[in-house]
Design a protein around this ligand. Structure first.
Ligand code: PGA
Ligand code: ZN
Length: 428
């Protein structure tokens, strides 16, 4: 018996930031060390994501209970990984995938499998007395990510009249992560002041950004740029804007229909729309500008804009190496959003990042709209040098926990910490 041998895995049903159930796993090793993990849950989920197992028993949590997933953690997955070396993430994950046996992890649940995968890695890191980012990335893991901070929420994440799901600010000129975070927080508060002065709501959406009713999506960009200036910064030089259209939510049989404004676009019109917006405003990145099955549209979008801005595939790629490779071969997008629960294991998440980087696509470590206090994505960003992180506004603890974890990592890295500048994005 060796010290990192997995002795026991247990599951638990907990709540996420929307008050819906999700799962937690605890992995205990032979030396008594343990690691735990909580998994998040999306709202604008991609059609090709791995399967999130829910009970469907409408007498509990409206059918969203996770008791079956929890049972799978404590029974089937416990049996699959007991006796394995927790240091070997790939072997642990392979054993769980074999126990599940389905391509989308629908038998045991991607939520159950991911919780064990991360908890095992955490237990191994703890047994080795290493921080998780170091366990994942070794000594080369020293780059802090630039936040893509979602300070204005719309779409499926907010009960307002805005169709674009996320309006993010990127502090592209900061000298360190700590400074970047301060700058973002100052802009967030300046935005609150502006909204209040206009009698607009400062209530927040699922990812902690404000969710006011505004005249248009463009008005949201304008008010954010005003906030940047009010906080004493220069749009373009200090801050760029990133959007997540989450446009799979808009796709119908006959083009794109924006559910709140009622506007209608063909793929071609939507491409022109993004082109015009990115010419008019300091936009550095657009995520899911087209829908998850619109490969032809994505090709044309990428031909037009990929030399100018970052084009991020979220629902398009779902952190799935096969879909990322398809995108690379078709020259679609130039960036991959990385959400571990879209694919369901840590090792496949690492492969997705490596696949993106090998093709000179950027990768962005990302939260879900339904989150917990788990900070895996902060360690993942540093461990795998993703150089960008999407984890919401500086508001709501489930978002702020990730930023606070990054502050701690930056401090721990000391002089070896590196905060990337614009050149990190291959664009602009
Ligand atoms: P989700 O949204 O977690 O609700 O899917 C986040 C995103 O689209 O990036
Ligand atoms: Zn998205």
């Amino acid at each position: 018996m060796y010290f990192t041998e997995i002795e026991k895995v247990t599951g638990g049903e907990i709540l996420d930031s929307r008050g819906n159930p999700t799962v937690r796993a605890v992995v205990t090793l032979a030396d008594g060390t343990s690691g735990s993990a909580n998994v998040p849950s999306g709202a604008s989920t991609g059609k090709f994501e791995a399967h999130e197992l829910r009970d469907g028993d409408f007498s509990r949590y409206g059918g969203k209970g996770t008791q079956n997933a929890v049972k799978n953690i404590s029974d089937a997955l416990n049996n699959a990984v007991r006796g394995l070396d927790a240091r070997d993430t790939y072997a642990v994950d392979a054993a769980m995938k074999a126990a599940d046996g389905t391509p989308d992890k629908s038998k045991l649940g991607a939520n159950a499998i991911l919780a064990v995968s991360i908890a095992a890695a955490r237990a191994a890191a703890a047994a080795l007395e290493q921080p998780l980012y170091r366990f994942l990335g070794g000594v080369a893991a020293n780059t802090l990510p630039v936040p893509m901070m979602n300070i204005l929420n719309g779409g499926a994440h907010a009960a307002n009249n805005i169709d674009v799901q996320e309006f993010m600010i990127m502090p592209v000129g900061a000298a360190s992560f700590r400074e970047a975070l301060r700058q973002c927080s100052e802009v967030f508060h300046a935005l609150a002041d502006i909204l209040k002065s206009r009698g607009l709501s400062t209530a927040v959406g699922d990812e902690g950004g404000f969710a006011p009713n505004l005249d248009s999506d463009e008005a949201a960009i304008s008010v954010i740029l005003e906030a940047v200036e009010k906080a004493g910064y220069k749009p373009e030089k200090d801050f760029r804007i990133a959007l997540d259209a989450a446009s799979s939510e808009w796709k119908g049989d006959d083009g794109y229909v924006l559910p709140k404004s009622g506007q209608h676009f063909t793929s071609e019109e939507l491409i022109s729309h993004w082109e015009k917006l990115s010419e008019k405003y300091p936009i550095i990145s657009i995520e899911d500008g087209l829908a998850e099955e619109d490969w032809d549209g994505w090709k044309r979008l990428s031909e037009r804009l990929s030399g100018k801005i970052q084009l991020v595939g979220d629902d398009l790629f779902v952190t799935n190496t096969e879909r990322i490779n398809k995108g690379i071969s078709l020259c679609c997008a130039n960036s991959v959003l990385i959400k571990p629960n879209q694919i369901g294991t840590l090792s496949e998440t690492l492969e997705a990042i490596k696949t993106a980087h090998k093709a000179h696509y950027t990768a962005i470590s990302s939260h879900r709209s339904g989150e917990t206090a788990d900070t895996l994505i902060a360690d993942l960003a540093v461990g795998m040098n993703t150089r960008q992180i999407k984890t919401g506004a500086p508001s709501r603890s489930e978002r702020v926990e990730k930023y606070n974890r990054l502050l701690a990592i930056e401090e721990e890295l000391g002089n070896s910490a590196f905060y990337p500048q614009m050149s990190a994005f291959n664009v602009g």
